[in-house]
Design a protein around this ligand. Structure first.
Ligand code: GAP
Length: 440
């Protein structure tokens, strides 16, 4: 399995992902995507959108504002309960999540339970802990020119509420058949006590969430259907190794406050097994809360007749960064060729930042460069994500393209000028074949 430091180093070296605000010494828990990273991220997100929204009859998209009326977070329970157990070392004043330091405890760990484990401070090695206190993870801000309690707003900690608050708008405007799903992609913000493991736990991340509205009588079937389809999406569309994906049925005491049944889909990351995504049966918790807080009916009128009711919800929720890290760690490999180590990012072709790299065999032969430019223009017109490389020698170009995951390198040589064929070199096998330009 690829090591985390190798993935981080490749991402930095090749312009995929850098620490946020790098030039100023960084900003913990934030990440910036470079030219190749943003290409990969957008392909992951657009593949998701096509798979879950455009290719289905029962799903619709929304795109809600990040800053929402603060009533949203009161009604959803986030103001009261979206908190982690924070513990501070009395000696060095380091702050940590108590449930991550102690073993076998969850987010409701008490000070007594924590102290009983005799965990020492990971920074200074002392045992001088203070009381555990609940730390709300929502980022607070002020809206408008007045900086007092009346103007407090939050950066959304989940995209889900932007879906729930638009459920009624969707039903009133397009009145979809039940069951139906509303999908959204977008930024979410969490003031994590300890961001860690590269892009796995961030303070600013991107989520792709679906709220699937159902008749509660069918919750199990809908849950299973979405669960199975997600497994197909992860393995077939994202190229994740089947044996690195595991289901974890979350115990009642560990579930989020809104969930009646949760399965976390865990993934074997380079630093160990972690949650890749969650599948939760949120019941009518959110719509009922909105109904109460807004005084507006959230009922759905069944099209075939029958009593109106507030739908229940199944929620598959995944973070883009966690998915990217899983994709990168499945794609990363090293093999040995002619005594040299070759690094390959064997991404699924539809996710690779570039589909082809085009280059002239020799940079100093104008006739080769002109022909190569012609082929490059043709392929760009056809596929758009095609890159040009005439740096160094051909061997170095291949190695660079292998590292950034380009499935095929197209090389224009003197034979091309005679017969309009090119050499196409395959990233995964390193084999080369002669192909007509028209067949590319
Ligand atoms: N709407 C439900 C919800 O937000 P969650 O389990 O807190 O549930 C869903 O988050 C997913 O979002 C996680 O499974 C993970 O993929 C991603 N995620 C959550 N917090 C994250 C963080 N701090 N950094 C990166 N991704 C995160």
């Amino acid at each position: 399995m690829a090591k985390m430091e190798d993935i981080v180093s490749l991402c930095k070296r090749r312009g995929f992902i850098w620490q946020g605000s790098d030039v100023y010494g960084g900003m913990a828990g934030t990440w910036d995507f470079g030219p190749l990273g943003v290409a990969l991220k957008r392909r992951v997100m657009s593949t998701w959108w096509q798979y879950w929204v455009e290719d289905r009859e029962d799903m619709y998209g929304v795109d809600a504002a990040i800053i929402m009326n603060p009533k949203t977070w009161e009604a959803s329970g986030h103001t009261a309960t979206f908190a982690d157990p924070l513990v501070e070392c009395g000696a060095c004043h380091g702050r940590f999540r108590a449930d991550k330091l102690a073993k076998g405890v969850n987010e409701s760990v008490t000070t007594e339970e924590f102290l009983a484990q005799k965990v020492k401070c990971p920074t200074c090695g002392k045992f001088e802990w203070g009381e555990i206190r609940k730390f709300n993870m929502m980022f607070r801000t002020h809206v408008g020119p007045v900086d007092d309690d009346s103007s407090i707003a939050y950066l959304r900690p989940e995209t889900a509420q932007g879906i729930f608050t638009n459920y009624k708008n969707v039903v009133d405007t397009i009145y979809p058949d039940l069951p139906f799903g509303l999908a959204q992609q977008g930024k979410a913000f969490r003031n994590e006590i300890s961001p860690r493991d590269f892009i796995l736990r961030d303070r600013e991340c991107e989520q792709m969430e679906i709220e699937y509205f159902i008749d509660p009588a069918n919750w199990k079937e809908s849950f299973e259907m979405l669960h199975e389809q997600y497994y197909k999406f992860l393995t077939e569309e994202m190229g994740l190794d089947k044996d690195r994906i595991h289901d974890l049925e979350v115990a009642p005491e560990d579930r989020a406050h809104y969930s009646k049944h949760t399965v976390d889909i865990m993934f074997d990351y380079p630093n160990g097994q972690e949650e890749l995504m969650g599948m939760a049966y949120r019941t009518d918790f959110d719509l009922m809360n909105i109904q109460k807080a807004s005084n507006k009916s959230m009922e759905y009128i069944p099209k075939g007749g029958g009593a109106r009711f507030v739908p229940h919800v199944i929620e598959p929720s995944i973070g883009v960064e966690r998915l990217l890290l899983a994709v990168l760690s499945c794609a990363y490999r090293e093999d040995e060729k002619d005594g040299k180590v070759r690094i390959v990012l064997a991404l699924p072709e539809h996710l690779a930042p570039y589909r082809f790299c085009v280059s002239p065999l020799l940079k100093n032969k104008p006739e080769l460069v002109a022909k190569a430019r012609e082929v490059y223009a043709t392929l760009r017109k056809k596929y758009s994500n095609v890159t040009w490389d005439d740096s160094g020698n051909i061997g170095k170009r291949y190695l660079k393209q292998d590292e950034i995951g380009t499935p095929r390198c197209v090389v224009i040589d003197f034979d091309t000028l005679e017969d309009d064929t090119v050499t196409v070199r395959d990233r995964d096998t390193t084999e080369q074949e002669r192909v007509k330009i028209a067949d590319l």
